[in-house]
Design a protein around this ligand. Structure first.
Ligand code: SF4
Length: 511
């Protein structure tokens, strides 16, 4: 008989084939969840355990019968709070995050690190209610405990304010027949153990991006450059094409030319035509020139690194607030400097791990960037958001920080407006795609060639891990963080140079 758990039940709700592939083809699963998100989830779960006061914890054991035994022992108490209380009814196992027993009545609390209620959480809770009620327990309440994103931390962390509790009792009770049927359906399917017939549908992307999507696509013969590779398109629109038999970029173009619906947007058309017709660079020189004409020098190219914590450590911050801890700054005094990049100055700042980095970052910024100069970022809204937050946190530096914020231009703009496009950008304008598209095979600009830190997610995790490192490890890690962030703004310098080059404003080829 196939055994179910909370997570298997939820996967089965999304698509039973996920459970089949987990059993037979787990190596085909692609990583769709960031490990730091999972770690944060564990951290939140552990903290939430204390939300109602002292509790008894059932420790994890590979041998689930041990967890069942420990639970039974704890629940001999008339009134108690048990975390990870574990139950098994007819091959349906579940561990309840927080179980409150009061006068022979039971209250189930499921903890999530997200700040919103998703439908799948309701299924998760309903399954737990089903297991406990089937075992004859008198379940009086079923609740979801999740992060309150508007909570602002004070001197003490207030658990009752950090978490929001939603009462989902009525909903969970109303779903009990559905849970029973669904469990039977999943178990029958898994016991049959038959190779699935792939049926791509909206479930492949909801409630989560399925880790087997690429595998399933391959199984139905979908190759590269299909409707599913359209960059600016909602999943539902891609499915609409797919269900009409419009699969390849060639199909898309043919259907679009015949006027079939839904029509391709200009961005989609650019991406599809670029591939189908094998077009090279598409450059709108006037558009690029107009962007470059708006620049003033000296120009300060800025990039922040930030971290986020679901449980805010710093007084005055919210859960998952972006906390800047590092920046890189390349300074170009005049556009002529771009003929020889040795003339470009570089400054940088990296805070000490384990401290509130914001004041140090703000002070360094106002020291490095004067008032009333033009700064540049790639996707400027991110840098502007952080500057706004720093200004609010430090009123004495506020006018200078807001002055920097209000004078930022966006290097992404020419790519967003498709004034410069080629197929390697895959229809997008992120710097991680634009850079190799403009400078293919340039080892100096290849993030893969860096040590330890290759993207913003890694920078965030590694900065937080640094507080537990030895001084020698900290020294190496700091150097790698500086190289990573430095490459972000150096890449901006190179991209800017390239724009001048293609606009023929600087005739001499940039080094
Ligand atoms: S990709 Fe779609 S069909 Fe394949 S396992 Fe995932 S949800 Fe099911």
């Amino acid at each position: 008989m196939y055994y179910l758990s909370k997570s298997k039940y939820c996967k089965g709700i999304q698509c039973k084939d996920i459970l089949y592939y987990d059993k037979h083809n787990p190596e085909e699963a692609e990583d769709t969840a960031n490990s730091s998100v999972l770690e944060n989830g564990t951290e939140v779960g552990e903290l939430a355990r204390g939300i109602f006061g002292p509790y008894l914890n059932v420790s994890f054991n590979e041998d689930l019968s041990k967890m069942l035994e420990e639970t039974k022992k704890y629940l001999e108490n008339e009134n108690c709070i048990v975390t990870e209380a574990s139950f098994n009814y007819d091959g349906n196992f579940c561990s309840v995050d927080i179980l409150v027993k009061k006068n022979d009545k039971y209250y189930i609390y499921e903890v999530k690190s997200s700040s919103e209620v998703k439908d799948i959480y309701e299924d998760d809770l309903s399954y737990q209610v089903y297991v406990l009620r089937s075992l004859g327990l008198n379940v009086e309440g079923a609740y979801l405990v999740h992060i309150n994103s508007s909570y602002v931390r004070g001197e003490e962390l207030e658990l009752d304010k950090l978490f929001t509790i939603e009462d989902l009792t009525d909903l969970a009770l109303s779903k009990q027949d559905e849970v029973k049927e669904k469990i039977k359906e999943i178990k029958d399917y898994m016991d049959e153990d038959k190779e699935p017939t792939v049926d791509l549908s909206d479930k492949c992307n909801s409630p989560y991006a399925c880790p087997y999507f690429e595998f399933c696509k391959r199984k139905v013969g979908i190759k590269e450059n299909s409707v599913f590779d359209l960059s600016w398109t909602r999943f539902s629109k891609k499915l609409k094409y797919y269900n009409q038999g419009i699969i390849t970029f060639e199909d898309l173009l043919e259907a679009n030319n015949k006027g079939s619906k839904p029509a391709l947007t200009p961005n989609e058309k650019l991406q599809v035509e670029g591939v189908v017709y094998g077009l090279g660079d598409s450059i709108n020189t006037d558009g690029i020139k107009s962007f470059l004409d708006g620049l003033t020098y000296p120009l300060y190219l800025l990039d922040f690194e930030t971290y986020m914590q679901p449980i805010p450590e710093i007084v005055g911050t919210r859960p998952n607030q972006q906390i800047p801890f590092q920046y890189s700054l390349h300074i170009i005094n005049s556009k002529e400097d771009l003929k020889d990049l040795d003339n470009v100055t570089h400054k940088e700042f990296l805070a000490e791990a384990g401290t509130d980095p914001r004041r140090a970052v703000a002070e360094a910024l106002v020291r490095d960037i004067p008032m009333n100069v033009m700064s540049m970022a790639y996707n400027k809204s991110f840098e502007q958001g952080r500057l706004t937050e720093l200004a609010a946190a430090f009123p004495d530096l506020s006018s200078h920080l807001l002055n920097i914020r209000d004078n930022i231009v966006d290097l992404a703009e020419p790519f967003q407006k498709k004034n410069y496009y080629n197929n390697a950008m895959e229809g997008k304008h992120t710097i991680k795609l634009v850079l190799p598209a403009l400078f293919p095979n340039d080892p100096e600009l290849d993030y893969h060639n860096l040590d330890q830190v290759h993207n913003g997610g890694e920078a965030m995790s590694i900065f937080l891990e640094m507080r537990n490192m030895t001084p020698e490890e900290v020294e190496i890690t700091r150097s790698n963080l500086l190289k990573y962030c430095g490459l972000d703004t150096f890449a901006m310098v190179k991209i800017l140079s390239k724009l001048y080059e293609v606009s023929e404003d600087i005739k001499k080829k940039v080094k």
